[in-house]
Ligand binder design. Structure first.
Ligand SMILES: O=P(O)(O)OC[C@@]1(O)O[C@H](CO)[C@@H](O)[C@@H]1O
Length: 386
């Protein structure tokens, strides 16, 4: 395990501190308003809002995974939510939220995704419609420009994160295209793919809808250009971090693509057939919702990554899990922070939390001198590869 302090949530004014004080109370209210939950479910949501202001409590006796979380929480149950590692606490919060809405209980709310109303609104919204239309002129561009456009769309698609937007003060579309990447190893990404082609690529996706669609289009591009022979999509087995993609979100995105006109519809039909033929596979591994970094991954998951020519990790949370949710000195080489990972790995991420490695010295000096909170607001992005 890296010998670097873990991020907790007890520093007033920090991003994690604000998550407990502002983002999660606002999210609970949003969930309660999103579906017609009956009184017992509303009460449970109110109780969760109350609980996160005090000590972490165990899951109820009838929860199917109570023992698992009791084991995972051995060091943390009974402590204040803000005094335990941020990554662990957030994962447990989402598990508790699923309990509150009856996601695992017998009854009418079993399996009902509490975030579905927000994901669906985004999937059917006008912003995604224009993203899809922008695909049509792409075919006329030289190959390298097509590569760059699809990678950029997938990278900045990570701004479309509904959890982040609960209290974000900026519009996700308000991006200054001239903002240079904090680190850009995209050339290495293409070289790695080409050297191993055609091979299996793992794409560990992040958010549904407006981020997942450009991720799927990137997957289609890798297959269509022979950079990938197969694509294995890793998604979350259950609703998590508001908009994280589940298998149901993948099928919803595929249906949205298939229904589109022009190049988006063509890509959608290729991807659909790819799933039918087993060229595109979907894996919802339980570890994807575990409260740990990938240092703790089980052997079967490590085998998926070891077998891939490249694993592409999308988004902020996957980045936190890849390098560890820790106070790394930002100039720590990405290769050093990920040296344990069982195969070539790339991170495509907009920066929405404090964790960062692989920032060149001169870039760091420049960003810090600016005085703007570049690590946590989603205004900056990176492509890192090892
Ligand atoms: O993984 P994603 O969707 O890019 O980001 C997840 C996120 O919204 O959740 C955390 C705060 O709750 C932060 O790490 C990050 O901003």
């Amino acid at each position: 395990m890296p010998d670097v302090p873990q991020i907790l949530s007890n520093v007033p004014g920090s991003l994690p501190w604000g998550v407990w004080r502002e983002r999660h109370p606002a999210l609970i209210a949003k969930v309660a308003a999103g579906l017609p939950y009956p009184p017992d479910r509303r009460r449970a949501l109110d109780e969760l809002a109350e609980e996160i202001t005090g000590p972490v409590r165990p899951l109820p006796a009838d929860a199917h995974d109570r023992d698992l979380w009791a084991e995972w929480g051995r060091e943390y149950l009974g402590a204040h939510w803000q005094d335990v590692p941020f990554l662990w606490a957030e994962s447990y919060f989402y598990r508790k939220l699923l309990h509150a809405v009856g996601y695992f209980a017998d009854g009418p709310w079993r399996g009902v995704d509490p975030f579905e109303p927000f994901k669906t609104a985004e999937l059917l919204g006008g912003a995604l419609e224009s993203d899809l239309a922008a695909l049509d002129p792409l075919a006329a561009l030289p190959d390298a420009e097509q590569d760059a456009a699809l990678l950029t769309a997938s990278l900045w698609g990570n701004r479309a994160d509904l959890g982040f937007q609960v209290t974000a003060r900026r519009d996700p579309d308000e991006r200054d295209p001239s903002t240079p990447l904090v680190a850009d190893q995209s050339a290495r990404l293409w070289t790695l793919l080409e050297e191993a082609a055609p091979a299996g690529v793992c794409l560990v996706v992040d958010n549904a809808a407006r981020e997942l669609v450009p991720d799927l289009l990137l997957a289609d591009h890798l297959l269509a250009t022979g950079r990938a022979a197969t694509v294995l999509l890793h998604v979350k087995p259950t609703p998590y971090f508001v908009s994280d993609a589940t298998p149901a979100d993948v099928t919803a995105a595929l249906r949205r693509l298939v229904a589109a006109s022009g190049a988006a519809g063509e890509a959608g039909r290729r991807l659909w057939q790819g799933v039918v033929d087993g060229v595109v596979a979907i894996r919802a591994h339980p570890f994807s919702c575990a409260p740990w970094s990938y240092h703790h991954m089980p052997a079967d998951l490590a085998e998926d990554f070891a077998a891939a020519s490249l694993t592409i990790m999308k988004g902020d949370l996957n980045y936190r899990r890849l390098v560890g949710d820790r106070w790394w000195p930002p100039t720590t080489p990405f290769a050093a922070a990920t040296d344990y990972f069982p195969g070539p790995v790339a991170a495509l991420r907009t920066l929405k939390s404090d964790v960062v490695v692989g920032v060149p010295d001169e870039v760091l000096t420049h960003l810090d001198a600016d005085g703007e909170p570049w690590r946590t607001t989603g205004t900056h992005a990176l492509v890192q590869v090892r």
